[in-house]
Design a protein around this ligand. Structure first.
Ligand code: ATR
Length: 275
């Protein structure tokens, strides 16, 4: 990779950020297209100072991950209406002109990533989707599904959070103990249950999985979670957690560079990094 005076700067802010797979994915895409850019992980000690740095050092595009997706919003010049509605920003776009200070716009590509990942295997409109979890990821995924014309059911360990989210998104709250009675086409796990090192855990009774046509997990370490393994064994189609990660990144890539993201290259780089 050539780095010189023209190199464009991209990166991700998070804490912790050292295990993020986004640098691997975006650098593979930049390299593949022969673009003179580099994408680096950053952990700001202080968000306001970090923002001053990004603005003054010439960054073009920055991803935002935990715990900054909500906190960044007060530092932006513009917030996309959809990101405002979701209440979280995962992408910063800096627009620079010769004279003025850069304008920083915040958008959200997480919901686009989950919709695209799912749409690869099933048409979303008209489906009923059970979402497990009621945190930030559930909010973006649920928003996307409603946008795409699905009906959503939300269930969560802490019932009040699911009730609140269901009311905000226009979905239906389902208590955990009512799960055996529900019928849905698609199941999406947005909790961290099943993530390494707790990879024997599963967020729902496996015996309930056969009723879903598609099961999607946002956990990507391990790539094949117990949830996906049990779902496949019962004849469900599955969508792994790298798909959402890679499609939300692909949406960022086109916003920042104007180039269509090389999907296969990005996914292969992610798989290589995980194995
Ligand atoms: P994210 O931004 O990734 O969604 P989050 O906002 O912290 O992260 O949300 C984590 C989600 O995973 C929540 O729905 C959480 O359930 P609670 O609301 O009850 O905390 C869920 N979660 C995390 N660990 C869990 C566990 N061991 N069992 C069940 N749910 C769990």
């Amino acid at each position: 990779m050539k780095i010189d005076g023209q190199t464009q700067l991209f990166g991700i802010i998070g804490d912790p950020v050292e295990h993020s797979l986004s640098p691997v994915m975006h650098n593979a895409a930049l390299r593949h297209l022969g673009l003179n850019g580099v994408y680096i992980p950053m952990r700001p000690d202080n968000l306001a100072d970090g923002f001053r740095g990004l603005r003054s050092l010439g960054f073009i595009g920055v991803s935002v991950t935990v715990p900054f997706k909500v906190a960044v919003m007060e530092h932006l010049d513009e917030i996309d209406p959809v990101a405002l509605q979701i209440g979280a920003v995962n992408t910063l776009i800096f627009t620079r002109t010769e004279a003025a200070t850069p304008v920083c716009r915040g958008v959200n590509t997480d919901w686009l990533g989950s919709n695209r990942a799912l749409a690869e295997v099933i048409q979303i409109a008209g489906r009923t989707v059970l979402i497990l979890g009621a945190g930030g990821a559930a909010r973006a995924v649920g928003f996307g599904l409603i946008e795409a014309g699905a009906k959503i059911l939300i269930s969560n360990r802490t019932a009040e959070k699911a009730q609140t989210l269901a009311a905000q998104l226009g979905g239906t709250f389902v208590p955990m103990d009512a799960l055996p009675a529900i019928q849905a086409d698609i199941l999406i796990n947005t909790t961290s249950v099943g993530m390494t090192p707790h990879d024997q855990e599963i967020p729902i009774d496996p015996e309930l999985l056969s009723r879903f046509a598609v099961v999607m997990d946002i956990v990507y370490a391990p790539l094949e979670t117990r949830l996906l393994r049990e779902a496949r064994a019962r004849g469900c189609q599955t969508v792994d957690g790298l798909q959402m990660l890679h499609y939300q990144g692909a949406e960022q890539f086109i916003l920042w560079t104007g180039h269509r993201a090389p999907h296969t290259v990005m996914r292969q780089a992610l798989i290589k990094a995980l194995t």
